[in-house]
Design a protein around this ligand. Structure first.
Ligand code: ZN
Ligand code: ZN
Length: 139
């Protein structure tokens, strides 16, 4: 049995190899996501700060949804911008710009196992740093 600490609440749970959250937090995560999605649907031009205040979902979480490609920035929204993690170009969703994503995909074919890579990214602490940089830039 693979037992881990939930990334969100710290409780032990049975790791299924997919989510780093316990069942309860995962459910909450889904609910939060729906809140954010609905709010953004009605207010597509709001900044992450406003979205976070209005929905009660943390900015980090909203950024994570963007990184995971669950949310996409619609229209010109100067409040929410992500950087491509490779070249730093402004992107609307996910982790990489189209060009880098394309390059990576080609790279994957020559060896990398996609799932393996995902795991590394998820556990790296680099993501937090990236978000901190992102916040600074916003001001
Ligand atoms: Zn939890
Ligand atoms: Zn790029």
């Amino acid at each position: 049995m693979n037992i881990r600490n939930c990334k969100e609440c710290g409780k032990l749970f049975q790791y299924d190899g997919i989510s780093k959250l316990c069942y309860k937090c995962r459910k909450k995560d889904e609910e939060d996501f729906i809140l954010v999605k609905e709010f953004l649907y009605e207010n597509p031009k709001e900044t992450i700060t406003v979205v976070s205040e209005e929905t009660g979902v943390s900015e980090d979480k909203i950024l994570r949804y963007l990184r995971e490609g669950k949310l996409e920035i619609v229209g010109e929204n100067p409040g929410i911008l992500l950087d491509c993690e490779i070249c730093g170009k402004a992107i609307r969703t996910g982790r990489y710009c189209e060009k880098c994503a394309y390059d990576m995909e080609r790279g994957f074919k020559s060896g990398f196992e996609k799932r393996e890579n995902k795991k590394t990214i998820r556990t790296s602490s680099k993501e937090k740093m990236h978000i901190a940089q992102l916040k600074k830039k916003k001001k």
